[in-house]
Design a protein around this ligand. Structure first.
Ligand code: NI
Ligand code: MN
Length: 229
């Protein structure tokens, strides 16, 4: 069993059956909606999808305190190591995969931008496909809709986490189209209602998923979990 917890905005925790805690896009101390602060979390791995502050801001602090390995695109992994003194990093790139103790991790494309907080080049933005014994979990992270989601879907996706906030990422209409391309068994929306410009009604979106696709939607509030078994 893997427990997947929404930690507000684009931040997630995946606790795997082997007891590893994988944090995705840590944004806690400055987040209006995070149910925890960065010093309350344990972590074994931290995945960072791109360089924007609302996805990377607490990565270094959590890694320093817990010793967690940060996995990110090569440029961000290097930046964390050289400017933030993060000791354990794995730099990878889009389309590549790496076998980690909890399962296989693939880095997927994302249509977005990725400047680091100090203005450094952050490489390309990414998403992640976590291949766990319980099933594959796709984190689209910050992205617009793209047709190659159909290829990602060919891996077979048990759970997709898709942004619906609009403005900076897919909005509800595009996220619904993403469900059609990815064909996941289940979907959870994120990256909405953190601030007024990305205010959305997740239940209205979930109702559309339920009536217009074969996918089962779940709406979480920050701090809530679902279990994949
Ligand atoms: Ni972003
Ligand atoms: Mn974002």
């Amino acid at each position: 069993m893997a427990d997947i917890t929404w930690l507000g905005h684009g931040s997630w925790s995946v606790r795997t059956s082997d007891g590893f805690n994988v944090i995705i896009d840590p944004f806690f101390d400055e987040s209006p909606t995070a149910p925890v602060k960065s010093d309350e979390l344990d972590a074994d791995f931290i995945l960072v999808s791109h360089g924007h502050a609302d996805h990377i801001s607490d990565a270094a602090a959590i890694s320093h305190r817990t010793g967690a390995t940060v996995v990110a695109i090569f440029e961000i992994a290097n930046w964390l190591q050289s400017t933030k003194n993060v000791e354990q990093v794995i730099g990878m790139n889009i389309g590549g995969g790496v076998n980690l103790p909890f399962g296989r991790l693939m880095m997927t494309p994302a249509l977005h931008s990725s400047q680091l907080p100090d203005g450094s080049y952050g490489g390309e933005p990414s998403g992640f496909l976590l291949m766990l014994p319980e099933g594959n979990i796709y984190f689209a992270c910050d992205t617009g809709l793209f047709g190659d989601m159909q290829l990602i879907g060919r891996h077979g996706i048990s759970l997709a986490i898709l942004p619906i906030g609009d403005l900076f990422t897919m909005g509800p209409d595009e996220a619904l189209e993403a469900v059609r391309l990815l064909k996941p068994q289940r979907v959870i929306p994120d990256h909405y209602s953190t601030w007024p410009p990305i205010l959305q009604d997740p239940n209205a979106w979930a109702e559309r998923v339920r009536t217009e696709t074969d996918c089962q939607p779940t709406v979480l509030t920050p701090g809530e979990s679902i279990t994949l078994s």
